[in-house]
Design a protein around this ligand. Structure first.
Ligand code: ADP
Ligand code: MG
Length: 439
């Protein structure tokens, strides 16, 4: 493995502990300049990235240990300007084309089992005859069970059949952001409308994030109606049944219920095993049937976690030039912290508010006074650590803050926690309260 590959593997491992946003922003732009004899020299593009890397030394050390099999001392330096290689963020994470469709998600690479066969059946029918059979098509499930994959598969399949079909895939978050940006001038508002109302199929992901933004909900309602009346296909994914989405107006809920609603359940053992076989083959990794079975038994629930564990196992095996054995698997699985499904974001926000004696409204308000900024950062930190929420999701949960604001806040609080004992104790006691409640 050369330095670049080593660094890439380290970044993959960091995803266990840190959000993709933090990694892409601070770690993706750094590079490994030298490694050997227990030392690693890392070049950072600027001071902020350097401080971030330093603040995450323990995670970094852990990732290096996993990838290289030994401990390292780190030195961090700022890259001299002449050496700066422009990094394409697209090489790190998938870059979405303008219509938002990722072509790696298809029906062909989607494993069908009892838990998702109804949803897949409907999705296929929708892709064959958009707008005709099930409109709208609403699919819901817990995280990591394939909703996003399915939405893209529908889009890609329509595109295959009808190459000039106009299709847009967008998360509700993206719809909202683009809408808010567009209302600054009449011209941009008109082009937003044109864009979303002239499609043959609209695929909206994570619609639960549409909640509470009345202007964008209104816009979505109108977009929905116009497309629906024109016989255009609408597909919606959500983490819960329409009737349970908070703050979505009743009239929109009844629109959702007017078509086909299906859910995706957690995969059973047989299906988990099938998925693993499939993903191992896709990665051209030789993993024995026993190890795959053992992995399928260890990780239940989210397919994303299952996929992540396999990916890590293969990466570690490759890095150590060893076979992906049962033993290696145990080491990998032990470090994959499961996300606690019983703690909701509102539990976390509630505990933070109680600790700082402020209300949730204050916490989520646009105010920037000291009394609310610190609790907000603490809440963001805990949402990130306990719920593994992304900066976008955290922004949404904290009253519609921009994700870059959240990233900035996260960086700040982490730095402060490294030096401020009192704050650290406060945060630990809030965390204890949150976790304790669910024991
Ligand atoms: P969700 O949107 O429900 O949170 P995703 O669609 O992002 O879940 O799926 C998480 C990961 O699991 C993706 O990499 C996806 O390709 C994979 N995945 C989910 N379901 C299946 C399946 N039935 N077959 C193959 N891969 C799947
Ligand atoms: Mg998704």
């Amino acid at each position: 493995m050369n330095y670049k590959e080593t660094w890439q593997s380290v970044l993959t491992f960091l995803e266990r502990d840190l959000s993709k946003g933090v990694i892409a922003t601070f770690f993706g732009t750094a590079e490994l300049a030298e490694i050997g004899e227990g030392r690693a020299r890392i070049l950072c593009p600027n001071r902020m990235a350097l401080e971030q890397l330093r603040a995450h030394q323990s995670q970094l050390a852990e990732a290096f240990r996993t990838v290289c099999g030994e401990d390292h001392q780190f030195s961090f330096e700022i890259k001299p300007l002449v050496n700066t290689i422009p990094q394409d963020p697209g090489t790190l994470f998938h870059h979405a084309p303008p219509n938002g469709l990722a072509d790696s998600y298809s029906f062909e690479n989607f494993v069908v089992g009892i838990s998702n066969q109804l949803a897949v059946g409907v999705a296929r029918a929708v892709a064959e005859q958009p707008g005709a059979l099930h409109n709208p098509f609403f699919v819901y499930s817990g995280v990591g069970l394939g909703k996003t994959h399915l939405l893209h598969a529908v889009g890609n399949s329509i595109k295959e059949r009808v190459p000039d079909a106009r299709i847009i895939y967008a998360s509700a978050e993206r719809f909202t952001t683009e809408f808010i940006r567009s209302i600054q001038s009449q011209q941009t508002a008109a082009s937003f409308r044109r864009k979303f109302r002239s499609v043959d199929a609209l695929l909206i992901d994570d619609v639960q994030f549409l909640a509470s933004r009345t202007a964008s909900q209104e816009e979505f309602f109108n977009t929905f109606n116009e497309l629906y009346l024109a016989g255009k296909q609408i597909v919606i994914a959500s983490d819960r049944h329409p009737a349970e989405i908070r703050d979505v107006q009743q009239r929109l809920v009844s629109r959702f219920a007017g078509g086909m609603i299906t859910d995706i359940q957690e995969p059973d053992l047989e299906m988990r095993l099938q998925i693993l076989r499939r993903k191992a083959a896709d990665q051209q990794a030789q993993v024995s049937e026993e190890v795959l079975l053992s992995l399928a038994q260890k990780i239940e629930g989210s397919i994303r976690q299952l996929e992540g564990a396999l990916h890590q196992l293969v990466a570690v095996a490759r890095a150590q030039q060893a076979a992906p054995t049962e033993e290696l698997l145990n080491a990998v699985v032990k470090t994959t912290m499961p996300v606690n499904p019983f703690i909701t974001p509102s539990d976390i926000i509630g505990s933070v508010c109680r600790a700082y004696r402020i209300t949730a409204e204050q916490l989520c308000s646009p105010k920037r006074s000291r009394e609310v900024v610190l609790p907000r950062q603490v809440a963001a930190h805990l949402l990130h650590q306990i719920s593994k929420a992304s900066s976008n999701q955290i922004g949404e949960l904290l009253g519609g803050k921009d994700h870059s604001t959240i990233l900035h806040g996260l960086g700040k609080i982490e730095k402060q926690l490294a030096t401020d004992e009192i704050l650290k104790n406060q945060v630990e006691s809030i965390r204890g309260e949150i976790l304790g409640k669910n024991r």
